[in-house]
Write a protein that binds this ligand. Structure first.
Ligand code: SF4
Length: 63
């Protein structure tokens, strides 16, 4: 099962644009999405920028 946010998540968009390594999608969105910091913040309604990776790091190259 994929993360419930997958279809609307900027990580999917960045991956499809070839800007993000596929391992992020495989390890988190299609794997351990409960470990994703984006997922955890989304669940709590806490703001997180579009360029924040699943591990919580900011990737300034993503836009
Ligand atoms: S990056 Fe996180 S919140 Fe976004 S789809 Fe992947 S697991 Fe879900």
């Amino acid at each position: 099962m994929n993360c419930k946010w997958y279809n609307v998540c900027p990580m999917k968009y960045f991956s499809e644009q070839g800007k993000l390594e596929k391992r992020w999608i495989e390890n988190y969105c299609k794997g351990n999405w409960k470990d994703c910091i984006r997922f955890q913040k989304e669940e709590k309604g806490i703001y997180h920028p579009d360029n924040m990776l699943p591990n919580g790091e900011i990737d300034k190259k993503l836009k």
